[in-house]
Design a protein around this ligand. Sequence first.
Ligand SMILES: NC(=O)c1ccc[n+]([C@@H]2O[C@H](COP(=O)([O-])OP(=O)(O)OC[C@H]3O[C@@H](n4cnc5c(N)ncnc54)[C@H](OP(=O)(O)O)[C@@H]3O)[C@@H](O)[C@H]2O)c1
Length: 347
Amino acid sequence: MSSSQNKLNIFVTGGTGYIGGAVISRLVQHPDTKSFEISALVRTADKAKKLETLGVRPVIGSYSDLKVLTEEAAKADFVIALADADALPAAEAILAGLKQRHEKTGTVPKLIHTSGSAFIMDNAKGMHGDHTIYSDLDADAIAALPETAPHRHVDMPIIAANLEGYVRSYIVAPGTVFGTVSGPLVDLGIQNEHSIQFPLLFKVAIARKRADYIGLGKNIWPAVEVNDTADLFLTLFDAIRSKPDSVPYGREGIYFAESSEYTGYEIAKATSQALVELGVSQPHEPTAFTPEELDQYFGKFWPFLSTNSRARADRSRALGWKAIHGKDALLASIKPELEYYWNESSK
Ligand SMILES: NC(=O)c1ccc[n+]([C@@H]2O[C@H](COP(=O)([O-])OP(=O)(O)OC[C@H]3O[C@@H](n4cnc5c(N)ncnc54)[C@H](OP(=O)(O)O)[C@@H]3O)[C@@H](O)[C@H]2O)c1
């Protein structure tokens, strides 16, 4: 048996992303990294070449290359999927590969899939923050969510596959991820360094030179810092390796990532202050976007930006995960991000 056959095969998708890059960085710097055979899906030859310098085997392809996904998953003891929470065919292709792995080896491979706390969101349109607070320990409440809730069309088949027994599934569901990434993939220039969700608000604030909110700005979302988020993936990964039977999986294996909550108004207020400090605008108190402005700047996306999603990462914390960065870090992250988009807009 060659040494590579004795190693733990880990296949990562989305490894050049904001969260995924932080996960790969941790895997290549892990104390046990010599016992890992890490492969990662990448979409360009340039990124593949650079990733290889870190000892990661690049697999050139995308989530449309279903055959590649199945082949690679069929070689993996762990798949960590961080590319697209909503790509059902890709998730099915990965599951098909993991099933092959199980049938060939008799082992039960593990899938850590990335979803998002949007699956518990409402349609508040910024008018209130009065929404059920979901604990990730409450598997019944999560299982009762409608099939039509965001991400559920992928999460549910993954949980069903777990029930079939050929894979153990773990679903990580972060709130809004924020903060600065660093590490080998950033140094190589191959990691996305910016999150989603807030940038849309920042770009609109820069275009209008003022920051406003939707509805009454009362809707509430969870937030989690990007390094804390990546630490959760590693806490989970390490716990599964060291005590597999005591780490909840399948229907119970949902892990929120959150460390604070913010309202629509708070983000508008902090953005308005940052705009002033950057010399982009005069001091102003945020007010509500008009319906015309919502259509003009956000199109069909504005209702999503004004929902509630209220999550408690109790199961994640029970694993030993500790988020270091809280609300202060969230608010402090706004100015540098805004500055980045301001500089981009001035190019
Ligand atoms: N950031 C957040 O606030 C947040 C919150 C909750 C959930 N999530 C979920 O977490 C996952 C990762 O988010 P992120 O913020 O890290 O995203 P990101 O920075 O946009 O990274 C996405 C990664 O997936 C790859 N990718 C995208 N589309 C692909 C495709 N069709 N085929 C193959 N690879 C593809 C990208 O590759 P390239 O380098 O080639 O672009 C990149 O490596 C997503 O599913 C997202 O919905 C994110």
